[in-house]
Every structure is written in structure tokens, then in C-alpha cells.
Design a protein around this ligand. Structure first.
Ligand code: ADP
Ligand code: ZN
Ligand code: ZN
Length: 815
């Protein structure tokens, strides 16, 4: 008898055995997909892990339905990496498989497919079965795979569906069909021959028609008052003439038209150079990175904002391309903009493939196949964290840009992996090199660099030697006292904004709204109560009228007076971007403002639309959340305002100071990226807070040393690894009892700090109560053994009948 061992795309740690015929046995290879029955009437796409002749002992192996591939669609190295991920992050291999594959390659009985209304198909191009499916979908706009199977009265329909999907005749229901092309904005400028001082005079003599004269006058009027490029739209608005008149002037070579779209289009008509010239500092960094690679697998490029890290990546990629090996360029989803992609395509043409969760299924399948075949078209893959799971053959270089970004860590669903860390392991399997880049490296990474586990290359100057922005602190306490506030704006910030606007420069205002329940703050002195044991601020729980620590459970009743100055002027803190935008409109009614946060960027390309409009200078002031900090490059922003630095600092999280530093430094880094030095205004109640001072002085090392010290004292990474267990159940008492049971078993058996069971600030979601347990594993203990013990405890927990229904989510290296 012949068998195969497969993974199912379900949250299961086990592999399953299926029976195959002898012919199939000889045909099947590891990494091929097969359609298999599972449970009652369900069909899944499974992946072959092994081929063997050992019948399972516990159950009768079912037969597979059919083989779905002619050759392997996943590589052995890839599967090895998945197994590592499953093992390290304590999840099922099925979770990794499900997360890795584009859904179009994972059809199952519950998958819903639809027809594409715009597609008209010639009947004669379809086989009988295909025609039946096509016709059924004309009557019912969507159908489950299972339903189609019964219409056709056969089990083996996945390959037929797959072909129809590949031919774009049907689509997966889950797909959103929005597409986006960067908007081209039409600008006009005077033809070069009139660009002298005498231009206006001469022109008015040349022009005959009044309408034309009006437009030229309007043009001069606009350019006298603002420095920015003039859109055709604006010219029409101001002159009151039609765009037809402008067209005539363009035809007569009085005006010229031009478009702005890409990143590096400059306004004086110089084209972006294809041949990249590194500055001396960049060149030195580049050489140092290569030297480091000769000894070490991983190198950290610590380059200040706007130092031109991307250019160094490009140079490095160029070299790796010559070796014929593949390159993976990872960055946070939100930083993966069309601008960056076109910047890379400018250099590497069609060798750049993009893997993005927002791309269509077929596009993702295509990148999958190109990567698998080692195609030239995917020699460079640029993508968000999940691109890590593509079937690379021969990776030579991995770049993790903005490596400090917490979005590299997946929270839900499993696998809860950290893409940076998983990338380093993957590189190891491929014998490849990893470059981590950031202006504000994570404490963990910098620690590894300091300990010479990673190479370290520092780039301390901005490109073209542009000065780092000047940071000005505004003491909110003082401003309130002296009544110099208008809403949330200090007089200084208002003045600075007014000045920037008058010069035609753009402004970014940052307000971080993260955090659910607001904190309590003293209006008189700005004091925020902290936990004594954990060095995090306490969170206000309105319901219980308590202040609580989310890490150790410490709690006090909500104070009526400030602990620091006894004032009774306590307030719950929290204002968001929306309020700021409202205030702006009344402060600067003429300025064009826009807001960028989760509410305004919902649509598929919502984020990019705002970015593009801002880049095209149609927005004067952009208000936003931390989305603004994601490595965006704007060349006309001279002022960045941070509305309130304090709420970040008081986030109940051991990474709060590190993150505040990163966030503020990154947002500040958007200012003054071209010649003129930018300015950053930080409004705060704590101008003397160490973190604020470190941001002001661009003092990364100060922040690093201080945080590292705290991490050691309070037992956090990089000295301790953290595993967070989240328990959920609908029954409050059962959960309370169960989590206490588990906590006790863990703390008795592990011999290391176990904290909890803590009731988190959001202690009930969708009617499920939540408790968390935090395990702190000292760096010198064997991680694998500890995990085995934890797994054993979890298994015994599951064996207790009354706790079985409690869900446990495991988050290794919880971020
Ligand atoms: P970082 O990612 O380090 O913040 P970027 O790579 O975005 O910086 O570079 C900042 C700006 O300087 C970009 O507009 C980039 O195009 C420009 N720049 C950097 N280095 C060069 C170079 N060697 N040649 C031309 N332009 C450069
Ligand atoms: Zn006080
Ligand atoms: Zn605490």
C-alpha cells in the first residue's frame, strides 16, 4: 500500500496520511498539492510533505481525490522554513501553510467563487464542465465550491476551477476589485523664453486676447504669492477662464504643461538619473556593509532619516543581481507604496515583482510561480512580511527596511511570527545575507549589533548634508498657564504653521490616537500615575473606577487628587486627529487640510491616494497618526508638529519609551528633506523627560542605553524572551479559574518569572472574557526545552475536562 503525508490548511499541528495508487505514488513529489476529503464532506487542498508506505495506526487512511500539480509548487527549503516557524512560534504547520499560500491555490469546499460580470466568454472556448460552471454562475452570482461540485456531480473539480480562475473567467469572492492608478496632475509653467524679469511686459504686448492676458496676469499673481508649482486647475480658478484658453497658450508656446507623479521628479525639469551616484558617506557605508558580510550573516544599517538608505539598498541589489541570485526586500505593508515600487523599477525594470496582500489573487499566484521558477521577472521581490513565505530557490540577499516596525510581527491569526527574525532564519537556510535598515533600530537589533552578533554600519549624515531638523519644545503646562493655547495649538505652533504656509511649504501634524482607555493626567503638573513594579503608566478603567497595570495586575482606586501636586484638576486624556483637523480649519480657513488615519484610509488605496495628493502639493497641512512615520519621502515639508508627545510616553507597555522615540524621530524625519533645514515643534507637558530630550538631541545612543538598562532591571527583551498566553472564554468564572490553574502549573514547573493571570484593559471581546499570562524566559535558558515544558503544561490544561473549551493563544516574542 502507498501513502502520502500531507499538511491541511487548518489550524492543526499534525500531518495526515492519505492513500494513493501505485501510479500516483510514483508521480507525486514533495511540495505538490492534492485535493483530499476531510471530515464530513469537506474537500481541502493539501500539500505533500512526504511519500511512504507506512499505514497510519490510528485511523484508516482515506484516498485522495486527485493530484493538483504536475510538479512541486513549494520547495523543500521553504517547507523546512515553515516547520521552523511552526515550531518556534508554537503554532500548527497548517497555520503556516494557510498563511503562506495565495488563497487561489488553496481552493476548498467552502471557498466562494463568482463570475466576472465584465468578462464575455466565447462558449466554444470552454469545455463542457467549464461551460456548466460558467452558466451556473450567470444565474447565481456566487457559489461555493461544494455547490459547484454537486451541480457537476463530481468530486474532482478543483483543477477546472483553477483554470477558470487563471483565465480570469471566475474570481474568488473575497477579492476586492478596486484598482488604483496614481493620479496625474497637470501643471503649467511659463515657457522658458519668458522666464525673465521682463517676461510679463513682453507677454502682455504679444498677447492679443483679453482672456489670455487675464490668465497670464493670474499666473504671475499666483506665483508671486506662493512658491509651489501651479496646477492648471488653480489657474482656471483664479483667472476665471476656461482650460481651453490655457491649451491655446500652451500651443502658442507661452506656457508649458508638465505632470507630477513619481517620486523624484523635480520641478525644474531635470530628469531622475538612472545611473545612481552614491555620496561619499553612502559609498563608505556601502563598502562597510560588504565587508561586514564577509564575516557575518546579518548587518544593521543605522542611517539617520533621509540619509539615503534606499539608494544603498539599490546599489547592493545591483551587485547581487549580477550573481543571479534572488533578492527579497521586505518592508512594512503601509510603506509599500507605488512610489517606492516605481523608484525600484526605475533601476531594475521588470525584474521587480511585488507581493502585496492587496494585490489580486492572480497577481499573487503569478509572483509565486515566478519565484518558484527562479524567473528573471521575480529576481527582486518586494513585499510585506508574508513575502517571506514565497518559494525562493536561491536567495542571496534579504533586506528588511524599517526593521524596528512592530507591524513586522503578526498578531492574528497564527503564525504569530516576526518577519525580521524569520527572515534571518530563512537567510541561514539559503546561505544568504541580511541587511536590516532603520534610522531608529529596535533595542533588540542594536543589542545584537553591539554584541557583534550582527555587523553594524552607521550613516550619520543626511543625503546632500542637509541638516537634521531643528527640534523646538513647547511646554504645554506653561502655555496653558499663560493662556497661550488655542484648542490644542500653542501660539508658537500656530506661528510656525502660518510662516510655513506663507512660504508655500507643507506641514505635517502628528497626533497618535493609539490606546483604548484613556489615561488620567493632572492638568496642573502633567503627572501620570505609574506602576511601581513595571515602569509603565497605569490605565484608567472607567468601569471599575481603578487605575491598573497591564503587566503585573497592580491596581489602585482612581485618585481624586494628583499624587504629585495634590491638585484636583485631573482629566482623562485623549484627543484624536479629527479634533485637530477641526481646530485647524478654524485656525487656517484658507489652507487645504487633510487627515490620514485608519478612518480616512479605509479603501484599498486610501493611504496612497492621500500620500499622492500630498506629494502633488494639493494639500497644505496633513494631520495624521503613526501612519505618517512609515518612511515616506516628501520634499516640501518644512514643518512637523507633534501635538502631544505625552500620550505615547504613557502607553502601558514596556516598549513605550523606545516606541515614542522611534515614532517622534521618524515623524520628525519627514521635515526638511531638501536643502532647507526643517523644523519640528513638539508640544509636551514633560519637556525634560529623557525620551523627549533624546528626540530633541537626535540622541539614539542615549535612548538605547537607558532603555537597555531598564530592560535588564525589569526583565524584558533582549535579556528575557517573552511568551504571552491569552486565554479566552465566554464564562467569566470558568476562565478565571482556568487561567489561575494554568498560571500555577506554569509557575511551579518553569522556574522563571510568570506573571498574571492579568485581566487586560479590554477584558472582553465579542462576549469572550480574556486573561493573559506572561512568561519571561531568561536568555541563558534553552528556549526549545522551555517551550516543550510549556507545551506539556498546555496539553495537561487541555486534558482537564472543564477547561477544554478555554481557548489559548500563544504569542512567542510578544511585541
Ligand atoms: P532614508 O530612507 O534613509 O530616509 P531616502 O532613501 O528616502 O532616505 O533618501 C532621501 C532622499 O534623498 C530621497 O529623495 C532620495 O531619492 C535622495 N537621495 C538619497 N541618496 C541619493 C543619491 N545617492 N542620489 C540621488 N538622490 C539621493
Ligand atoms: Zn499634579
Ligand atoms: Zn506593574
Amino acid at each position: 500500500m502507498f501513502f502520502i503525508e500531507v499538511i491541511l490548511p487548518l489550524s492543526l499541528a499534525k500531518t495526515f496520511t492519505y492513500r494513493v495508487s501505485e501510479a500516483e505514488f510514483h508521480f507525486i513529489k514533495k511540495g505538490m498539492r492534492v485535493a483530499v476529503p476531510f471530515g464530513k464532506n469537506k474537500i481541502y487542498t493539501a500539500l505533500v510533505l512526504d511519500i511512504h508506505e507506512n499505514a497510519p495506526t490510528l485511523y484508516d487512511a482515506k484516498e485522495i481525490h486527485q493530484i493538483l500539480d504536475e510538479k512541486p509548487i513549494a520547495t523543500e527549503t521553504q517547507i523546512k522554513h515553515w516547520l521552523w516557524v511552526a515550531n518556534y512560534y508554537m503554532c500548527g504547520i497548517g497555520d503556516v501553510y494557510r498563511g503562506a499560500f495565495p488563497t487561489g491555490l488553496l481552493l476548498e469546499s467552502e471557498t466562494i467563487v463568482s463570475h466576472k460580470p465584465e468578462v464575455i466568454v466565447n462558449d466554444s472556448e470552454l469545455s463542457d464542465d467549464e461551460f456548466l460552471i460558467y452558466e451556473a454562475l450567470q444565474h447565481q452570482s456566487s457559489l461555493k465550491v461544494q455547490e459547484i461540485a454537486s451541480i457537476l456531480n463530481r468530486k474532482n473539480i478543483l483543477p477546472i476551477l483553477q483554470k477558470l480562475i487563471a483565465r480570469d473567467i471566475i474570481v474568488l469572492e473575497e477579492e476586492i476589485k478596486e484598482t488604483y492608478k496614481p493620479k496625474l496632475v497637470r501643471y503649467v509653467k511659463l515657457h522658458a523664453q519668458y522666464e525673465t524679469d521682463r517676461g510679463l511686459q513682453e507677454l502682455l504686448e504679444v498677447l492679443k486676447r483679453d482672456k489670455q492676458k487675464e490668465i497670464v496676469l493670474a499666473y504671475f499673481q499666483i506665483s508671486a504669492s506662493e512658491k509651489k508649482p501651479i496646477t492648471e486647475k488653480k489657474l482656471v480658478e483664479v483667472s476665471g477662464c476656461t482650460s481651453a484658453v490655457i491649451k491655446t497658450l500652451v500651443k502658442n508656446e507661452i506656457f508649458e504643461e508638465y505632470y507630477l507623479q513619481h517620486d523624484r521628479v523635480s520641478f525644474n525639469g531635470e530628469k531622475s538619473e538612472k545611473e545612481l551616484q552614491l555620496s561619499e558617506a553612502q559609498q563608505n557605508a556601502f563598502t562597510a556593509i560588504k565587508e561586514s558580510f564577509s564575516e557575518k550573516e546579518v548587518c544593521l544599517l543605522h542611517g539617520v532619516t533621509s540619509s539615503g538608505k534606499t539608494e544603498i539598498y539599490i546599489k547592493l541589489i545591483e551587485e547581487y543581481l549580477q550573481t543571479g541570485r534572488q533578492v527579497l526586500y521586505l518592508l512594512p505593508e503601509i510603506a509599500l507604496t507605488t512610489q517606492l515600487v516605481s523608484r525600484l523599477r526605475l533601476h531594475f525594470g521588470d525584474k521587480v515583482a511585488v507581493f502585496h496582500s492587496k494585490y489580486s489573487n492572480n497577481e499573487r499566484v503569478e509572483v509565486w510561480k515566478q519565484t518558484l521558477e527562479n524567473s528573471e521577472k521575480a529576481q527582486i521581490v518586494i513585499g510585506a512580511r508574508s513575502a517571506l513565505f514565497l518559494p525562493f530557490n536561491d536567495l542571496g540577499l534579504l533586506i528588511v527596511d524599517e526593521e524596528h516596525e512592530q507591524t513586522f510581527k503578526q498578531t492574528d491569526p497564527a503564525p504569530r511570527y516576526h518577519a525580521r527574525d524569520a527572515a534571518i532564519v530563512l537567510a541561514n537556510f539559503h546561505d544568504a545575507k541580511v541587511l536590516l535598515g532603520s534610522a531608529t533600530p529596535s533595542i533588540e537589533t542594536y543589542f545584537n549589533a553591539q554584541n557583534e552578533k550582527y555587523g553594524l554600519v552607521t550613516l550619520a549624515e543626511r543625503y546632500k548634508n542637509v541638516r537634521m531638523p531643528e527640534v523646538v519644545l513647547v511646554d504645554l503646562k506653561d502655555k496653558h498657564f499663560r493662556k497661550r493655547m488655542t484648542g490644542h495649538f500653542s501660539d508658537l505652533l500656530v506661528e510656525e504653521i502660518a510662516e510655513a504656509l506663507s512660504l508655500g511649504e507643507q506641514v505635517i501634524l502628528f497626533q497618535n490616537r493609539r490606546g483604548y482607555s484613556p489615561i488620567i493626567e493632572c492638568l496642573t503638573c502633567g503627572h501620570v500615575p505609574h506602576c511601581q513594579q513595571c515602569d509603565v503608566s497605569l490605565t484608567y478603567h472607567k468601569h471599575k473606577n481603578q487605575l491598573r497595570c497591564h503587566y503585573c495586575g497592580y491596581s489602585i482606586a482612581k485618585p481624586t487628587n494628583c499624587h504629585s501636586c495634590s491638585s484636583i484638576d485631573l482629566t482623562t486624556k485623549g484627543f484624536g486627529t479629527e479634533q485637530i483637523e477641526q481646530e485647524l480649519i478654524s485656525l487656517f480657513p484658507k489652507a487645504k487640510t487633510a487627515r490620514m488615519d485608519q478612518d480616512t484610509t479605509r479603501g484599498k488605496y486610501g493611504f496612497e491616494k492621500i500620500i499622492d495628493t500630498f506629494k502633488n502639493r494639493e494639500i497644505d497641512i496633513l494631520v495624521g497618526t503613526q501612519m505618517l512615520a512609515k518612511g515616506l519621502d516628501f520634499d516640501n515639508v518644512s514643518l512637523v508638529g507633534i501635538m502631544n508627545a505625552d500620550n505615547m510616553l504613557h502607553h502601558p507597555d514596556f516598549r513605550a519609551f523606545e516606541r515614542s522615540f522611534q515614532m517622534m524621530t521618524q515623524v520628525a524625519g519627514r521635515a526638511g528633506r531638501s536643502e532647507k533645514q526643517g523644523k519640528v515643534v513638539i508640544q509636551t507637558y514633560n519637556p525634560n523627560h529623557n525620551t523627549i530630550q533624546q528626540v530633541t538631541n537626535h540622541n539614539y545612543m542615549g535612548m538605547y542605553k537607558e532603555q537597555l538598562y531598564d530592560r535588564q532591571i525589569y526583565k524584558y527583551p533582549p535579556y528575557f524572551r517573552i511568551i504571552k498566553l491569552t486565554l479566552k472564554h465566554k464564562d467569566f468564572d470558568k476562565l478565571k479559574e482556568g487561567s489561575m490553574w494554568l498560571y500555577q502549573v506554569l509557575s511551579q514547573n518553569l522556574g522563571m518569572p510568570v506573571l498574571g493571570p492579568e485581566e487586560p484593559a479590554i477584558s472582553r471581546i465579542r462576549n469572550e472574557y480574556i486573561r493573559t499570562i506572561l512568561i519571561k524566559i531568561p536568555q541563558n535558558l534553552h528556549l526549545g526545552n522551555t517551550k516543550k515544558t510549556i507545551q506539556k503544561m498546555l496539553n495537561s490544561f487541555e486534558a482537564v475536562a472543564q477547561y477544554r473549551a478555554i481557548k489559548v493563544v500563544i504569542n512567542v516574542d510578544f511585541y
